[in-house]
Design a protein around this ligand. Structure first.
Ligand SMILES: O=P(O)(O)OC[C@H]1O[C@@](O)(CO)[C@@H](O)[C@@H]1O
Length: 581
């Protein structure tokens, strides 16, 4: 049991909060906090407020994080850094890395960083055997051996064919991480292997996937930390039944079909007994531990589908990239600590400017699932209203996180970003180079166009277009008296002063992706500390599950429906009019 930790102070009780409140009130609409004037006043603003990250471990990895288009000046930055000190961000960070049980409600350590700790002080993960080899290393070695067997064709299916399709069956952190990373690292995947991700209990998901699969050449990875999640267990059961039926049609007897499961099903979980009960042997199980949160688990054996698709060496580089960012987070002073700066900016916008959401906009088609992944990572971590000490907060906590790849978002929701009534701080991310060059006569044309949009959007958001500029452009003088023309002028004004952070990197590589994910994990951590919440439990997902289990038993006949409000009962009755047996 870790030493008891002092309950967190409410954000609003911190002196730096009062300082920030006063700055916001007095400066928010003055030139001292208007981007046009901030840049006019200080030609060195970009140099002062961008941070270059260079990894000190693993494959050389670099990021440029440009904070200069944020609504901050020296006063704000100083007060935000003071806020981090008063909230104890660094102390809580050190507790996490030291393996203290900072997940207080579940009395667990939070050590996803130990899964990728190759170069720092001895890994804090528990050692498992007399040789002192850490359990983490043991599992990584098993993953390495297994992925090599599958990718080389050495591992054969029940009819002697190599595996050509991987079906990851999992949901939440047991799905989003693997699927986002495999998508983002498509250039590194073995094209002879196809990956499918089944998560939804909607029968369509497993049905459409199995239509694409051949039982003889498919490997099912049943990924579930608890191995009790309803969707995953039902989908796994359906896959197993489908497989056995297909195998039985090829094999002389049912017993052999059952035995064939061992060649086509592996499990990733902390729950050995439930895995065995499902019919997967421990030799086909890749364990992990309760000190790994589901939404922080892609670094564990939950990343098996990643390793299968990109190869173990690239999976290892993903982890090394994350470890490099962990070292930066651990060792860098506050004012240069990128995850902490990003976290503090989110507090500034959410708790003072009233921003309800944040947008994550990767200008990289391979990163199309990046925002979706961080919806769980961010919103399941900090979407809370009670502190670790049990106090109801009296301020905003976790934001609504959303986003899509650029340039697609520009043709969808950027109207709101530019001229809506809501402040939406946005993170723009882009690789300087692409893995693809589809135009033989001009190999970088597509990427130049993509990046020109990337650069233009943050410029437009920051500096807008004034009424004077619009009038000049349209040739409509002030006081024209023409209502329609006046309205047209107003509709073309871009107020600007809409903040963004730009993150650039040379190329999307496994190590770069690892560093980016780690950067955001620690941003989320920083915000959780400032808000005083427990970022590592998820009590909010439990009630719906319990109610659903009860309703499932009542869906047969109208007279079965009991104990609900008129809406819920009415909806169930409507369903029962059309339901099929
Ligand atoms: O990995 P598992 O135990 O099947 O949980 C899946 C997901 O379900 C949750 O909603 C918790 O119930 C997420 O936190 C988690 O990632």
């Amino acid at each position: 049991m870790s030493p008891t930790q002092p309950p967190p102070k409410l954000l609003t009780s911190l002196p730096a909060y009062q300082t920030l409140q006063s700055i916001y009130t007095t400066q928010k609409s003055t030139p001292t906090l208007t981007l046009r004037s901030l840049f006019d006043k200080d030609p060195q603003r970009f140099e002062k407020l961008s941070r270059a990250y260079e990894s000190t471990y693993g494959p050389p990895t670099q990021l440029l994080v440009d904070l200069s288009k944020n609504l901050i000046n020296d006063d704000v930055l100083e007060a935000l850094l003071q806020l981090a000190k008063e909230a104890g961000v660094e102390e809580q960070r050190d507790r996490m890395f030291a393996g203290e049980h900072i997940n207080t409600s579940e009395d667990r350590a939070v050590l996803h960083t130990a899964l990728r700790n190759f170069g720092d002080s001895p890994s804090l993960a528990p050692t498992s055997n007399e040789a002192g080899v850490s359990e983490v290393q043991e599992v990584l070695s098993h993953m390495e051996k297994f992925t090599e067997q599958i990718r080389s064709g050495e591992w054969k299916g029940f009819t002697g064919k190599p595996i050509t399709a991987i079906v990851n069956i999992g949901i939440g952190g047991s799905d989003l991480g693997p699927s986002m990373v495999v998508n983002a690292l498509t250039p590194y995947t073995q094209r002879s292997l196809r990956a499918f991700f089944v998560s939804n209990i909607d029968g369509t998901h497993i049905a459409e996937t199995l239509r694409e699969c051949d039982a003889e050449t498919t490997l099912f990875v049943i990924a579930s930390k608890t191995f009790t999640t309803q969707e995953t267990m039902e989908n796994a059961g359906t896959a197993k039944a489908w497989f056995i039926a297909a195998a039985a049609s090829k094999l002389s007897d049912a017993k052999k079909a059952e035995d064939a499961v061992s060649k086509h099903f592996v499990a990733v979980s902390t729950n050995t007994s439930s895995v065995t009960q499902f019919g997967i042997s421990p030799s086909n199980m890749f364990p992990f531990w309760d000190w790994v949160g589901g939404r922080y688990s892609l670094w564990s054996s939950i990343g098996l589908s990643i390793a299968l698709m990109v190869g173990y060496p690239n999976f290892r580089q993903l982890l090394e990239g994350a470890h490099g960012m962990d070292l930066h987070f651990k060792q860098t002073k506050l004012e240069d600590n990128i995850p902490i700066l990003l976290g503090l900016l989110g507090v500034w916008y959410g708790d003072f400017w009233g921003a309800q959401s944040v947008a994550v906009l990767p200008y990289d088609q391979y990163m199309s699932r990046f925002a979706e992944y961080f919806q769980q990572a961010d919103m399941e971590s900090n979407g809370k209203s009670v502190t670790r000490g049990g106090e109801r907060v009296n301020y905003q906590t976790g934001p609504i996180l959303w986003g899509a790849s650029g340039t697609n978002g520009q043709h969808s929701f950027y109207q709101l970003l530019h001229q809506g009534t809501k402040l939406v701080p946005a993170d723009f991310l882009a690789p300087c180079t692409s893995h693809n060059a589809p135009r033989a006569d001009d190999p970088t044309l597509h990427h130049r166009i993509l990046l020109s949009n990337f650069f233009a959007q943050t410029e437009a958001l920051a500096f807008g277009k004034s009424e004077v500029e619009v009038r000049e452009e349209l040739g409509i003088k002030e006081g024209s008296g023409d209502t329609q023309k006046e309205a047209l002028v107003k509709s073309k004004v871009f107020e600007g002063n809409r903040p963004s952070t730009s993150v650039m990197f040379p190329l999307m590589t496994p190590a770069t992706l690892g560093a980016l994910i780690s950067m955001y994990e620690h941003k989320i951590f920083t915000q959780g500390v400032v808000w005083g919440v427990n970022s590592f439990d998820q009590m909010g997902v439990e009630l719906g599950k319990v109610l659903a289990k009860n309703i499932l038993k009542q869906l047969g006949k109208p007279e079965d429906v009991k104990g609900h409000d008129s809406s819920t009962a009415g909806l169930i009755h409507y369903y029962q009019k059309f339901r099929k047996e």
